[in-house]
Write a protein that binds this ligand. Sequence first.
Ligand code: HEM
Length: 507
Amino acid sequence: RSLLLLSLALLLLAVRFSRRRPQSARSIPGPFPWPVIGNAAQLGASPHIYFSRLARRYGNVFQIRLGSRRVVVLNGDAIRRALVHKAVDFAGRPHFSSFSFVSGGRSMAFGDYGERWKAHRKLAHSTVRAFSTGNVHTRRAFEAHVRSEVQELTGLFVRETRRLGHFQPHEYLVVSTANIMSAACFGKRYTYDDAEFRQIVGRNDKFTKTVGAGSIVDVMPWLQSFPNPIKTLFLQFKELNSEFFDFVHAKVTEHRKTIEKAFIRDITDAFILAADRGEVSRLLGPEYVSPTMGDIFGASQDTMSTALQWIVLVLVRYPDVQKRLQEEMDKVLDRNCLPTIEDQPRLPYVMAFIYEVMRFTSFIPMTIPHSTTNDTSMDGYTIPKGTVIFINQWSLNHDPTKWDQPEIFNPQRFLDENGALNKDLTSSVLIFSLGKRRCIGEELSKMQLFLFTTLLVHQCNFVGEKPITMDYQYGLTLKPNPFKVSVSLRDGVLGDGGPITSPCTEH
Ligand code: HEM
């Protein structure tokens, strides 16, 4: 009888094995999708946290369904394996209808992978670099833009504090970062009370809500057919994109009228000349100048201003950290001189602080959605061409197997026992993405973050109005909820004379 039972068990096992599909055809695990909406209702207010929870349950590669679309979500180590080791396969963008409204429908950032996209990205990247971090001269010119904006901002902060006690820094940070890129892109900055400029740059939150991973406007097109909040958001999105594009296009048209080949004034001039000439013009005609400027100016706005909001918030939330930043600067720099980019190697705690802000807040928790350009596979799962891919950067920055107590803000984690910056660890922070779609503004942004942080903290003390929370709104960028600060100049002697105005090392 036991022999019979054993034979039956072996037979059952054999049948099970024979029915098992080959590795490559395994279906990707994930939560049960509801009819019509799929898993949309489960995303909640913080989809990146929900995805990280699912990754613990199903592994770093899992799938969900959002409305009509299947979405594969990559977390943790799977991100590098996909974006770096299978770079081309994961370099696409989905053909979402919202993406077609960005930069007049010719956006590089929201456009799909292909020959034109490659030429477009290469040109945009080299032009940005040529006007910011490309060589020592452009770096210094860019640094001078940043320095004069931060000085303007410092004066404004101090005046607002005198007037109101505590004030919300958000709008000033938006205008300030927009001015830096406006100077580099269009050779022009705006005053803080310029209503048109404030309107153009002040509506970013609506943009990022619509294009952030997990936004449902593109996966439930039927929501467009009757009045509801999603439809309203989508209409606002279309309107703000066309307003923003008109603003940029007017700048490009003005430049075309006054351009002189011998004297390239800014990124717009450089791009006009490049698009008009040689090899690339076959793929990128003059009609690509405004969209590219829209991409560069647009991509820099919300990202940089959100980063700065977090920096100010973290400074007031962790006063000990603010003090330690000031102590390091006071030890290394002459108090009568402004910090410069050359001081970077001498300020490891400042660098550790910036990396910890990026890691801890992970303020771009998910990249812009990707798509697969070919049939491909990950960890033995087949992923067909055209699948929507979400990249969860937050999951890597908060992985407890990589970071000791990831939910604690601790810049010290990036310093070794001699106080030097651990570069292996800083390169593990993921916020500019990886691979073919890696941010083209990374170098420029890191330089700006260093200058903003050092200039502000060198000059000022920041105190927050209580209660200080780190709560945020989800979108392509995580935006801190409104908060108030008071700002005073550190050196009483400077008092009404305002902040110091120049670096000591003459460039
Ligand atoms: C702290 C500031 C910034 C952060 C954290 C950041 C991060 C990112 C991320 C996560 C992406 C999406 C990558 C992907 O989809 O895989 C991206 C794309 C992009 N960023 Fe940035 N960015 C920042 C600043 C800037 C600036 C200042 C510029 C302007 C030069 C810029 C230009 C772009 C462009 C053009 C793309 C699209 C790239 C493509 O699709 O190939 N970014 N950025």
